[in-house]
Design a protein around this ligand. Sequence first.
Ligand code: 5GP
Length: 190
Amino acid sequence: MKGEKYLFVVSGPSGAGKDTVVSKLLHDHPDVKKTVSATTRSMREGEAEGVNYYYLTKEQFKDTLDHDGIVEYTCYCENYYGTLRSEIEGHMKAEEPVILVIEVEGAGNIKRLYPGSTTIFVLPPDKQELEHRLRSRGTESEEVIRKRLQRAEAEVALAAKYDEQVVNDEVDACAERIYGIIRHRMMQED
Ligand code: 5GP
């Protein structure tokens, strides 16, 4: 499909700091946009409807899916997360680079659906740092943290399948590395 080169998929284990890196990138480079996904998980403190996610009930999520409004979705730690068709197709048509911050299964599905997209994996500097970041967020229970750590280990093993890998040793530098990847891809053919 025309415009696939404008799609950039960013994944990384929970706690790798990918959201901070992507926020920094969007702040410094307003030409780059981010899709807002739909989720059935509840809103965390500091989050807002339509900014971090569209918060749907399970019924609303299923209904959107049935009406072909979701291009890929996954069940992550007992909640549904999905990429809305309206979000990505709008940016592709407008020829604006857009980042999807999604987990590994969704990233694989996007790459299959849009082979011209670029997948980027954000790695934590090391496992201790990952656990430290997950805990210091202070928003999740011990059980949820343990689940997220288990899943993080499985996800890191998939980093090599991504088109690009970047280590989040320092937020600004990591954001600039991703921006470099975006600029480079935009200069290529679709
Ligand atoms: P969180 O609950 O921490 O916001 O997100 C949990 C995981 O779901 C993260 O890895 C995040 O990237 C992923 N995620 C968010 N939106 C989507 C989506 O639309 N599709 C998929 N496949 N994963 C998503």
